[in-house]
Design a protein around this ligand. Structure first.
Ligand code: PLP
Length: 417
């Protein structure tokens, strides 16, 4: 039996050609011939299946220890397919801090379609249990590491709670990948990915993957995949396959870099909080040690009041200002204005996504360059804060009306509006 790193490189052999090619072929064919009118060919039409997609689907099933895998045109298409196995009237208990696009799909599409979406704090087992006790609760849906605050969700207890109420557990494992955790082994029933992120790993493809624990779920997902048709084309399947080959190598460096940055930020005088379960001081550290083989390459931090997060972000030279994560290059983004702008501000603040929060998706560059970049961008924001304070002091010194006006100058400027 091949071990994990070997599985990443080789997948499950397909033996469908005799050329000796070390890579599985990209089948650039939408249709496949029948030997005769009565024949039941293995492949007939590429939406229903094709060998390139099958390679990737078998590989992700192998890596996630599941019964069967499915490849979709995007992470959201994968989520759409998974949630489409339910019926109007079914209740889905959903973690309050999920990916913004998933939040919108649930609340703007699926609620209109008839799913009852019940948002809960998945860090609170009593709340989850209460929601699962309501009529027609069919599933609990959450992310292994939450975004952007990197809270660790306890897959084992959440899956056990779901099962105790006759529901299934659906886990978005995008931030973690099977390299760091196989949720099905912890009791989950469905695991899904935006393969756009770590699995493909090079910011050059949009893709989604799903793996299920049993044959019943497999046939329900396959039905949706073929009926709704948001399948991943062969060339993109191959891009994801190639990315997967180096997953472990990339992730090792990303985590090593992320930990160095988290430790640096923790000591930085302009930073008020660092969220990274790889830090021993992090509230999620013990659970991460128990259920994960590493804390991943994403972290977030908050700058102190008066420091403008937008200035920090606008002054990066190595980090690119962009949404997404999991690729070889380091990215930085502003959750309040970029990934989580779809959440109403009050909702956003309630779940802790403040206006000073910055998310870093750490790449495989030299840690020293990333540390220097963070340092210089924070220094610019620090100088700006000091200059503003000095200006305000001068204006206040002039007294009267001008002083009052200066006090009300907003500290945070809107950068991305
Ligand atoms: C990006 C992302 C998605 C959506 O995936 P797309 O490939 O962009 O459609 C879903 N869940 C998480 C956690 C993500 O980061």
């Amino acid at each position: 039996m091949a071990r994990f790193n070997t599985q990443l490189v080789h997948g499950v052999p397909v033996n469908d050609n005799n050329t000796g090619a070390v890579n599985p072929p990209i089948y650039n064919s939408s249709t496949y011939t029948f030997e005769s009118v009565d024949a039941m060919p293995r492949w007939d039409y590429a939406r229903s299946g094709n060998p390139t997609r099958e390679f990737l689907e078998s590989q992700i099933a192998q890596l996630e220890h599941g019964e069967r895998g499915f490849a979709f045109a995007s992470g959201l298409a994968a989520i759409h397919a998974v949630l489409s196995i339910f019926q109007p009237g079914d209740r889905i208990v959903v973690s309050k801090d999920i990916y913004g696009g998933t939040y919108s799909q649930l609340n703007e599409h699926f609620s209109r379609w008839g799913l009852v979406v019940d948002g809960v704090d998945t860090q609170d087992p009593v709340a989850v249990s209460r929601a699962l006790s309501k009529p027609d609760a069919k599933a609990v849906y959450f992310e292994t590491l939450t975004n952007p605050l990197l809270k660790v969700n306890d897959v084992q207890s959440l899956a056990a709670l779901a099962h105790a109420h006759g529901a299934i557990a659906i886990v978005d494992n995008t931030f973690v990948t099977p390299y760091l955790q196989q949720p099905l082994d912890l009791g989950a029933d469905v695991v899904l990915h935006s393969a756009t992120k770590y699995l493909a790993g090079h910011s050059d493809v949009v893709a989604g993957l799903v793996v299920v624990r049993n044959a019943d779920l497999a046939s329900r997902i396959y039905f949706v995949q073929n009926r709704l048709g948001a399948v991943l084309p062969p060339a993109e399947c191959d891009s994801v396959r190639r990315g997967i080959q180096t997953l472990a190598l990339r992730m090792d460096r990303q985590q090593e870099n992320a930990l160095k940055l988290a430790r640096y930020l923790k000591r930085h005088p302009l930073v008020s909080a660092v969220h990274y379960p790889g830090l021993e001081s992090d509230p999620g550290h013990a659970l991460a040690e128990r259920e994960l083989n590493g804390a991943g390459g994403v972290l977030s931090f908050e700058v102190k009041d008066g420091v403008d997060a937008g200035t920090v972000l606008n002054n990066f030279k190595v980090f690119r200002l962009a949404v997404s994560l999991g690729a070889v290059e380091s990215l930085a983004e502003f959750p309040a204005r970029m990934t989580h702008f779809e959440l109403p501000r009050e909702e956003r603040l309630k779940i802790g996504i403040t206006d000073g929060l910055i998310r870093l998706a750490v790449g495989i560059e030299d840690a020293a360059d990333l540390l220097e970049d963070l340092g210089q961008a924070l220094a610019v924001a620090g100088r700006e804060r000091d200059e503003r304070a000095a200006r305000n002091a001068v204006t206040a010194g002039e007294g009267g009306k001008a002083g009052k006006a200066a006090e009300t100058v907003p500290v945070k400027v809107q950068v991305f509006a």
